[in-house]
Ligand binder design. Structure first.
Ligand SMILES: NC(=O)c1ccc[n+]([C@@H]2O[C@H](COP(=O)([O-])OP(=O)(O)OC[C@H]3O[C@@H](n4cnc5c(N)ncnc54)[C@H](O)[C@@H]3O)[C@@H](O)[C@H]2O)c1
Ligand SMILES: [Zn+2]
Ligand SMILES: [Zn+2]
Length: 382
């Protein structure tokens, strides 16, 4: 089969690999019909994620058709159209039984903090991902669900991460009716977090980024006010002015460890590797929220120390909540929202690119070229 393969930072290409085999009775092999590239894949692509091994296949956002199932699989059969959450999880450990699927204790011998993620380095379990013609799906009775007939492929694909994560970001913000919510980052996760904030009762939603075309999407798709941080000497002061000088009630970081906006942070993080990333957006979230406010962190951060304004968060009495999204937990509610027309997630898709051209897709998305917001990869076998 053809699969995307990592060759080192900024180098990906398509190679021939063996079609994955059933390794455990509860595995399924899925023929991928659509995969997406995520902002999280860029951390791998940029060489920021520890233990990203040459030869591995990325891709934690994918849907497909069941090709083969192991002997113990009961809920799926060959031919089923399935969506697969990005988390690999057992469904029965202490954490899974409390809904903490992203913190499963049984799927990742390489780390105690994080569970398994498809195509997301050996730090996250070393599972090959779905930017390929076929993928092995462990715990096939636990993660995947058959896609309802009324749900189209593009919408289903966005359920596997970006939509669920944006929604989870708004949920962890614990938005009260009428709250002002500031969302940092107008990528897929930020757009969905902003849009979801309304569903949770926000009175005002402000999205911060520095890419015009994404801010435009935030106005159109997420009905948000927007603020271009490059146009302000101090974005926190601008946000304070916009919120009666008290600050927003809730801030959502949908940027993560590769934030722009501070040269010093960029040099110490990306160039000198003195910190695990650049926490500019997280610090802006801490600074721009009011005392006693909530900060929800969806942007990804590695395990190492970064210069986060933790003391300010402490002294302001903030509530900080964060995690990798436990995707399947969000599905019942999201399916209702889509079915009733409150959400059409595929409106954020900008590019459809054959698997053969995946290197170009990574380049477009990483360099934010050609108005790219969400590139979808179509494998040849689909
Ligand atoms: N928690 C989870 O489960 C989960 C799931 C998916 C993605 N993520 C993470 O969410 C983050 C966003 O993902 P995405 O797919 O939307 O990525 P993306 O790269 O498309 O979007 C990030 C956006 O942030 C903007 N940005 C950069 N610096 C900024 C700053 N200082 N302030 C405001 N905006 C800034 C960029 O211009 C870009 O538009 C990534 O870190 C990704 O790893 C987390
Ligand atoms: Zn993702
Ligand atoms: Zn588990």
């Amino acid at each position: 089969m053809k699969a995307m393969v990592y060759r080192g930072p900024y180098k990906v290409r398509v190679e021939e690999k063996d079609i994955p085999a059933i390794e455990h009775p509860n595995d399924a092999i899925v023929r991928v019909t659509r995969a997406a590239i995520c902002g999280s894949d860029l951390h791998l692509y940029h060489g920021m994620m520890p233990d990203t091994r040459v030869g591995t296949t990325f891709g934690h956002e994918f849907i497909g058709v069941v090709h083969e199932v192991g002997p113990s699989v009961e809920s799926l059969k060959a031919g089923d159209r399935v969506m697969v959450p990005f988390n690999v999880y057992c469904g029965s450990c202490w954490f899974c039984s409390r809904g903490l699927y992203s913190n499963c204790h049984n799927v990742n011998p390489n780390a105690t903090a994080i569970g398994g993620i498809y195509g997301y380095s050996h730090t996250c379990g070393g599972y090959d991902g779905g930017q390929a013609e076929f993928v092995r799906v462990p715990f096939a009775d636990v993660g995947p669900s058959t896609i309802p007939d009324w749900l189209d492929d593009d919408d289903a694909l966005l359920m596997t991460d970006a939509l669920a994560t944006g929604y989870f970001g708004a949920q962890l913000g614990e938005i009260a009716e009428g709250d002002t919510v500031v969302v940092f980052g107008a990528g897929p996760v930020g757009l969905f977090a902003a849009r979801s904030s309304w569903l949770m009762g926000a009175g005002r939603v402000i999205v911060v980024d520095h890419l015009d075309y994404r801010l435009e999407k935030a106005r159109e798709f997420a009905f948000a006010e927007t603020l271009d941080f490059a146009e302000h000497d101090d974005v926190v002061v601008a946000l304070k002015k916009a919120t009666d000088h008290l600050g927003a009630d809730v801030a959502i970081d949908a940027v993560g460890a590769e934030a722009d906006g501070s040269l010093a942070q960029h040099i110490t993080a990306a160039k000198l590797k003195l910190q695990g990333g650049s926490p500019v957006a997280l610090n802006w979230a801490i600074d721009s929220v009011r005392k006693g406010g909530n900060v929800s962190v969806m942007g990804a951060y590695g395990p190492m120390f970064s210069a986060v304004k933790f003391g300010d968060a402490f002294n302001k009495g903030l509530t900080l909540r964060m995690n990798q999204c436990p995707v399947k937990r969000q599905w019942p509610r999201l399916l209702e929202h889509i079915r009733h027309g409150y959400l059409k997630p595929s409106e954020i898709i900008t590019h459809r690119i054959p698997l053969d051209d995946i290197a170009e897709a990574y380049h477009l998305f990483s360099a934010k070229l050609d108005g790219c917001i969400k590139p979808v990869i179509i494998p040849n076998a689909a």
